[in-house]
Ligand binder design. Structure first.
Ligand SMILES: Cc1cc2nc3c(=O)[nH]c(=O)nc-3n(C[C@H](O)[C@H](O)[C@H](O)COP(=O)(O)OP(=O)(O)OC[C@H]3O[C@@H](n4cnc5c(N)ncnc54)[C@H](O)[C@@H]3O)c2cc1C
Length: 481
């Protein structure tokens, strides 16, 4: 019998697991996909928002400000790429100035540190590539950028190190009330648990409805992006927002922690997890972005991608024990700023266990912290020392990003080892560069095949069914002229 079953391992499930792993509880995560952070958590704007957007007094407002501050500490502790670059919300016409004033007042009410309104001159002095039509901006120095999938992975890894079980490729398909708690149906059988945490992202409504009366409706809403090469990475140095509208925070232009430029998203209601990019969506994104930063060179685009928001009809995050379902805890409706809020959202779940008297004293022997080898960032003497110890660090496999075989092997042996080509990319960055894995992909595939002891034909790009190789073209001993 588990104490807590977490359904879903995006950033919310991972943060919940990290928090709970501090206590001597039997906790397990059930994740449908073959890797963690493989849904909305890997495809978003990657901003840790300062917290002036949510209406004061909402859950979102409180958890955004608390969560972003906690995320900063966690990223430092767990070696997650993070940069506090600050953000600017632009007014692009005098009519938008009252909107900035409203956001400023929200920010003050929400306790956002250091925000201030800037004149056009001050704004353009900070960001010379902005449109000359800028009439002012709201500056929030606490806004930051992060690697969202590494943030989730790092928290999940430390949770697993501290005893949380992770079941990948393990969807929960049915939930039933039992005398002692709940019974979950999974591909590996029925699992009994006292508590359930519903962290199922856009599927959180479906999971809630398995256990409790219908309470909220999620409208998946897709956002499409351009990711531009590092040659455009310093086009702006802050996160550049436009004034938000009814569709969300609008199209932003921002540096990424990996040195690229990200531009997007739009907001299109879709059915389910539809992450297709469309010509119309991308045309909207590039046109909207040029209003803020006219000289972006979209010819430097190396990737388009899309993520799906869990837009919810309650207007606020859905957090708490579901009515009529004691022990079933929703962490749902996690649209933006869900990434920023995740660590604080996780603490809300822990507080519910505490309120029931079911939170034991924290573990005395907790093993926190995490460091990765990032070969290209090391000084020359450290590189030489590492190669002498392990020659695989001397072989560069991903030439765009200078990622070595040693780092790829590390990704295949971590607490939550990568099993796919994209899983390797998310852990160490191989394939993230300008050629997008065109050069290193086959070598990564070979390393996965050797390390996992599986046929190259069984190596996946990402989710189930994405086999890269279809059949052998040559048999051993076969001769072709
Ligand atoms: C376009 C866009 C831009 C955004 N930008 C930002 C931003 O800049 N800053 C910010 O703070 N937030 C942002 N967000 C929001 C943020 O990305 C989300 O709030 C966050 O990633 C949600 O995490 P999650 O864990 O709830 O969902 P997910 O990451 O989707 O994880 C849910 C997991 O549950 C699993 N699952 C579902 N059903 C089951 C089941 N039955 N059994 C087992 N597993 C199941 C799924 O496979 C999935 O892995 C953005 C979102 C989008 C789409």
């Amino acid at each position: 019998m588990l104490d807590v079953a977490i359904i879903g391992c995006g950033v919310i499930g991972a943060a919940a697991a990290y928090e709970l792993s501090h206590y001597p509880l039997q906790t397990a995560i059930f994740e449908s996909e073959n890797d963690v952070a493989d849904c909305t958590t890997k495809a978003n704007s990657a901003i840790l928002h300062a917290g002036y957007d949510p209406e004061p007094g909402t859950r979102m407002a409180r958890l955004n400000v608390e969560g972003s501050a906690l995320a900063k500490e966690i990223c430092a502790r767990l070696d997650v790429p993070y940069l506090q670059c600050g953000s600017l919300v632009l007014a692009l016409s005098p009519e938008e100035l009252p909107h900035l004033q409203k956001l400023y007042e929200n920010g003050i009410a929400n306790g956002v540190p250091g925000i201030r309104l800037l004149s056009a001159e001050e704004t353009l002095a900070m960001e010379p590539n902005l449109a000359p039509t800028v009439v002012g901006a709201l500056y929030a120095p606490s806004a930051a950028i992060v690697s969202p999938w590494e943030f989730a992975l790092a928290m999940a890894e430390v949770a697993v190190r501290n005893g949380v079980e992770l079941h990948r490729s393990c969807p929960v398909t049915h939930i039933e009330k039992t005398a002692g708690g709940w019974a979950l149906t999974t591909p590996s059988g029925i699992v009994e648990t006292r508590y359930i945490i519903n962290a199922a992202g856009i599927s959180a409504q479906a999971v809630h409805d398995m256990a409790a009366p219908h309470k909220f409706t999620i409208q998946p809403t897709r956002g499409e992006y351009y990711l531009l090469d590092k040659s455009e990475g310093s086009r702006v140095h802050h996160v550049i927002f436009q004034c938000p509208n009814e569709n969300g925070k609008g199209v932003l232009v921002a540096p990424t922690v990996h040195g690229n430029l990200i531009v997007g998203p739009n907001a299109d209601p879709v059915e389910g997890d539809d992450t297709a990019c469309t010509a119309a969506g991308l045309a909207f994104v590039s046109a909207a972005a040029r209003r803020s930063v006219p000289n972006i060179r979209f010819s430097e685009s190396i990737r388009n991608f899309a993520g799906v928001r869990a837009n919810v009809d309650t207007g606020d995050f859905v957090i708490g024990e579901a009515e009529g379902a004691p022990g079933f805890i929703d962490l749902a409706g996690m649209k933006s700023p869900g990434l920023s809020s995740a660590p604080a959202v996780a603490r809300e779940a822990v507080k519910i266990l505490e309120a029931h008297g079911d939170l034991p004293a924290p573990k005395a022997d907790y093993k926190d912290g995490r460091t990765l080898v990032r070969f290209k960032e090391l000084p020359p003497e450290e590189k030489a020392r590492l190669i002498a110890k392990e020659p695989a660090y001397g072989r560069v496999i991903c030439r765009c990003e200078t990622i070595t075989e040693g780092e790829i092997l590390d990704a295949l042996h971590e607490e939550i080892p990568a099993t796919t080509i994209d899983g390797v990319k998310r852990r160490c960055g191989a394939g993230m560069g300008r050629c997008q894995g065109g050069f290193c992909g086959p070598r990564v595939l070979e390393l996965i095949s050797k390390t996992l002891g599986i046929s190259p034909l069984d190596v996946l790009q990402d989710k189930a069914g994405t086999n890269v190789l279809l059949c052998e073209t040559k048999q051993e001993g076969e001769h072709h002229d």
